[in-house]
Design a protein around this ligand. Structure first.
Ligand code: PLP
Length: 402
């Protein structure tokens, strides 16, 4: 008998299973609203023009080579990433209290963060929002956290942030608990706290001694302005918190498969940097030795070259405004069709996703009868909509709801 005979088949990962089902579907009107990646109005992936030019220029540099990067990555990348999220005039950067280490995109930043918190700071309690990106639970459980909790975040009947219950649940968290916060464009709800609510949260975190871990997977992509999207992180830094930010460059640079990420560490004092940096180095060494260079080189060159950076800013405007147009168009079409319910939340939400409020049986109708693929929670990727399919999708939603 094989030594593998008793290995149990694990559950499918919903979002990838849906994408496979979409690929296998031969229906001419099929639509994929599940995957978390940008699509153009023609329904195609988009290589940002500035990314394309930069990769060509890097590849044609005769002096370039494929030597290993340092264990904690490319300095010019980690410095630019840290500055992008904290702001170039950040008091923490000026006081040498903040630094970054390169990671395997946002997921890798979360995993290294979780491992460090568990092994070095003995943290075992983590809270994530309900709902959240489904990988948060797995990453922290795999790192050894055994006390995993969710805090309420979404008011399904009013289709908005449930701030009162979010606060009530966080009030119950023990001192030292790690609290995952989405820096902007909450996945999957597209609903963020207001500035006033972030201020209230900061007060609660300080009083209860909670550890803020910001997951920043959509900076710039959400509002089109990276500074605006980093407001909450910068507010917490200004308030003097020690915190982590897990950054992904998958969405805002369109570098999904290149795994360019950064873990930004903010400390109270510069004196802890050498020890913290050395332990992060050892964690990475034991997992994958050193990170891939390709995406980091592109991001570094773009962020550190003013004219390229400007072009990148224009591209994130292009992406975020196309998403806003699709939000407005979908709402307008549902209202025009007289689809029961209110659809204002679709335009009120920001970022890539909309939490439509469609229930599981309505989702089934969309998938089985209309070949429109979306998560069973009713989350849709707004980028999957375009001028060619939006009428079809709106009519299908109307039929599923009525
Ligand atoms: N965090 C959130 C909230 C996300 O939505 C994602 C990707 O969908 C990630 C982190 C990590 O993405 P990646 O590892 O591709 O950078």
């Amino acid at each position: 008998m094989s030594i593998y005979a008793n290995v149990q088949k694990g559950p499918a990962i919903e979002v990838f299973a849906l994408t496979q089902a979409f690929k296998d579907d031969t229906h001419p009107n099929k639509v994929n609203l599940s995957v978390g990646a940008y699509r153009t109005d023609a329904g195609e992936p988009w290589v940002l023009p500035v990314v394309r030019r930069t990769e060509i220029s890097i590849a044609s540099d005769e002096k370039g080579n494929h030597e290993y990067l340092p264990v904690t990555g490319l300095d010019t990348f980690t410095n630019a990433a840290t500055q992008l999220v904290l702001g170039s005039d950040s008091p923490a950067i000026k006081a040498n209290r903040a630094f970054g280490v390169q990671t395997i995109s946002g997921t890798g930043a979360l995993r290294i963060a979780a491992d460090f918190l568990h092994t070095q700071l003995n943290r075992n309690v983590v809270y994530y929002s309900n709902p959240t990106w489904e990988n948060h639970h797995k990453i922290f459980a795999d790192s050894g956290f055994t006390s995993l909790h969710s805090y309420r975040y979404w008011d399904q009947s009013n289709r908005q942030l449930d701030f009162k219950n979010m606060v009530a649940d966080l009030e119950q968290a023990p001192p030292g608990a790690v609290i995952i916060l989405h820096a902007c464009a909450h996945n999957p709800t597209g609903s963020d706290p207001t500035h006033e609510q972030w201020k209230e949260l900061a007060e609660l975190f300080e009083r209860k001694k909670l550890f803020p871990l910001f997951d920043s997977a959509y900076q710039g992509f959400a509002s089109g302005d990276p500074d605006n999207d980093a407001w909450a992180v910068r507010y917490f830094v200004q308030k003097g918190f020690e915190l982590f930010v897990c950054q992904s460059f998958a969405k805002n640079f369109g570098l999904y498969c290149e795994r360019a990420g950064n873990l930004t560490v903010v400390q109270a004092d510069a004196s802890t940097k050498a020890a913290v940096h050395s332990q992060l180095t050892l964690l990475i060494r034991g997992q994958y030795s050193n990170p891939p260079a390709y995406g980091a080189r592109i991001v570094s060159k773009v962020l550190n070259t003013p004219e390229l950076r400007k072009e990148w800013m224009d591209s994130i405007q292009t992406m975020s405004s196309r998403i806003r147009q699709m939000r407005a168009a979908l709402r307008e079409k549902l209202v025009a069709l007289g689809t029961p319910g209110t659809w204002d939340h679709i335009v009120g939400q920001i970022g890539m996703f909309s939490y439509t409020g469609l229930n599981e049986s309505q989702v089934k109708v969309l998938i089985n009868d209309y070949h429109i693929y979306l998560l069973k929670t009713g989350r849709i990727n707004m980028c999957g909509l375009n001028t060619g399919n939006i009428d079809y999708v709106a009519k299908a939603i109307h039929a599923a709801v009525t």
